[in-house]
Write a protein that binds this ligand. Structure first.
Ligand code: 0WD
Length: 258
């Protein structure tokens, strides 16, 4: 029997086929999950519907996490679910370079609303759709706990997101619902390319990480399969790194001589 047979997982954050959420959806589907995908706005609707059609033909619903009416409508539409994947972030481009002390009040509020509070909003609206024993996961990044130049307010939002994961794990633990984060290494996507200097990051990680390789969205998807499945039934309030071990390095090896 497939690991996720009989489980319905709601996946947010598919913008295009390169999105981390797309890699997650591909792997959840490959292991037998029934998928529900959401899209933010008409700009990406066609792309998300195409992805859904390729991955089992499950339903597709609009979802803007900044809009409570949108979340109410989603809760009314989705029915019973066994898991939620939160793969959502947004930071103004001007806040992804330069100095953190130049972050505007408005830019900070927007980053925190879409990248952090959105997990509270999503879970708050969908908690009655979730079956007991379900699994919630959110995408985070090393920049939430370590200094990553230019990640700036995005890192501050990830710190909040990881704290929210722990508190929600406590809130939902009595229902056997688990809440975890996956901390992915750098993957080229529409969002990550907004970070100044991003293009050099995957190669830097591959050069320094114990496994000496870059990360793909499907690598992240494999971790999501484990977290969505009953294999991780005693794992909650945790951050799982899918970064070839880069996060554990305390000093980086010399670059090889050309
Ligand atoms: O290196 C990377 N790419 C990493 C990404 C490393 C570690 C973590 N992450 C995280 C991101 O911070 C984010 O939480 O993974 C998550 C997914 O990011 P992604 O796959 O890198 O980027 P992308 O394909 O752009 O998906 C992010 C999506 C949005 O895409 P667009 O490109 O359309 O802005 O977040 C969604 C949207 O689909 N999103 C929203 N969804 C609902 N309501 C909203 C919103 N208001 N705003 C953005």
């Amino acid at each position: 029997m497939s690991l996720l047979e009989g489980k319905t997982i709601l996946v947010t954050g598919v913008a295009n086929r390169w999105s981390i959420a797309s890699g997650i959806a591909r792997q959840l589907h490959a292991h037998g999950a029934r998928l529900i995908l959401t899209y933010q706005g008409e700009r990406v609707e066609d792309s998300v519907r195409k992805t859904a059609a390729e991955l089992g033909g499950g339903p597709v619903f609009p979802c803007d996490v900044t809009n409570d009416d949108s979340l109410d409508a989603l809760a009314a539409a989705v029915g019973r679910i066994d898991g939620i994947v939160h793969s959502i972030a947004f930071v103004k481009k001007e806040d992804l370079s330069g100095k953190v002390y130049d972050t505007s009040r408005d830019g900070f509020a927007m980053a925190m609303d879409i990248s952090s509070y959105s997990l509270i909003a999503l879970v708050g609206h969908l908690k009655d759709n979730l079956n007991d024993g379900g699994s919630i996961m959110a995408l985070t990044y090393l920049g939430g706990t370590q200094i990553v130049p230019n990640y700036n307010v995005a890192g501050i939002a990830k710190a909040a997101l990881e704290a929210i994961v722990r508190y929600l794990a406590f809130d939902l633990g009595d229902r056997g619902i688990r809440v975890n984060a996956i901390s992915a290494g750098p993957i080229s996507t529409a969002s990550s390319r907004q970070v100044a200097g991003f293009s050099a990051m995957p190669a830097k990680v591959a050069a320094a990480a114990p496994l000496k390789r870059t990360i793909s969205a499907d690598d992240v998807g494999n971790c999501a399969v484990y977290l969505a499945s009953d294999l991780s039934s005693q794992v909650t309030a945790d951050v799982h790194f899918v970064d070839a071990g880069y996060h554990a390095m305390g000093m980086y090896p010399e670059a090889p001589k050309a």
